[in-house]
Design a protein around this ligand. Structure first.
Ligand SMILES: Nc1ncnc2c1ncn2[C@@H]1O[C@H](COP(=O)(O)OP(=O)(O)OP(=O)(O)O)[C@@H](O)[C@H]1O
Ligand SMILES: [Mg+2]
Length: 254
């Protein structure tokens, strides 16, 4: 079977913070409809990579081509269009506490479109249905459990009909059952909507079970990119130490 076309092409991407290279000439392709997981130690630049792909921040050099368009060379106005086709599910939900679920999920539509209220309400209702929370429109974020808030964050990321969904640690802080539930939702959205999904996670077990391909980010480089099976069979001591969560090995633990 031919491999599907890349939806995201990252070429020679570099990003520095205060002269410290976080990403150093990283190249990567994410294919249409795949679930692509990024693993890495805390502070290695996983969130930074997602923020770059979504156009929230700009790289020092290199290119990020999303559906054929290089977002690193775009104006802010054009980037707003890209941000609709790339949905970002933030690590802590990042819901606005003073807005209802409906206003949170519909935020982008209220801010950036002239759609009539009943059309926005219909789209919000459809998205809430898709994440398993029908009818919760008038709740306030404080009235949601952690898992529900995460689902609302996913509904909000879906509202612009994105082709790509980026998840930053979608199950961190959730109990194992709710976490498995969110993992199922992530797989179902790919299967039913055909979206391409990139997720950052520390949950190696779930990544190995659900991702089509995995990348390990280490010291500014992609140490290994491949299927879960490639990771399981890797003899690279860095990969092995990371997967096995050992303190002894080449990875310096401070
Ligand atoms: N705006 C910023 N200002 C200063 N430092 C930053 C900024 N953004 C990122 N960094 C630094 O860049 C590095 C990578 O951060 P990033 O949040 O991408 O890591 P991460 O892999 O997502 O970590 P974690 O697993 O803890 O979420 C860290 O050392 C962080 O301190
Ligand atoms: Mg992070």
């Amino acid at each position: 079977m031919p491999e599907s076309a890349p939806v995201i092409q990252i070429k020679q991407l570099s990003y520095r913070v205060n002269e410290t290279p976080i990403l150093d000439r990283v190249s990567l392709e994410v294919r249409k409809g795949e679930i692509f997981a990024v693993l890495g130690l805390s502070g290695t630049g996983k969130t930074t990579l997602l923020r770059l792909i979504s156009g929230l921040i700009r790289p020092d050099s290199g290119s990020i081509i999303v559906e054929g368009q290089d977002i690193t060379r775009m104006t802010e106005a054009d980037l707003n269009t890209v941000r609709r086709s790339v949905g970002f599910v933030f690590q802590y939900g990042a819901l606005f506490d003073s807005l209802t679920v409906r206003e949170n999920v519909g935020f982008w539509l209220y801010e950036h479109t002239m759609l009539p209220e009943d059309e926005i309400r219909a789209r919000v209702a459809e998205r809430l249905q898709q994440v398993g929370l029908p009818g919760l429109e008038e709740r306030m974020p404080a009235e949601l459990s952690g898992g529900m808030a995460k689902r609302v964050g996913i509904a909000r990321a879906l509202v612009g009909n994105p082709q790509v969904l980026l998840y930053d640690e979608p199950t961190s802080g959730l109990d194992p059952v709710i976490a498995a539930n969110i993992d199922e939702l992530i797989c179902r959205l790919r299967d039913t909507l055909g979206v391409t999904e990139v997720l950052v996670s520390h949950d190696i077990g779930s990544v190995m079970a659900m991702a089509d391909r995995v990348a390990l980010l280490y010291e500014g480089h992609l140490r290994l990119v491949g299927t879960p099976e490639t990771f399981r069979q890797s003899a690279d001591p860095v990969v092995r130490q990371f997967l096995e969560g050992r303190t002894d090995g080449p990875i310096q633990v401070v």
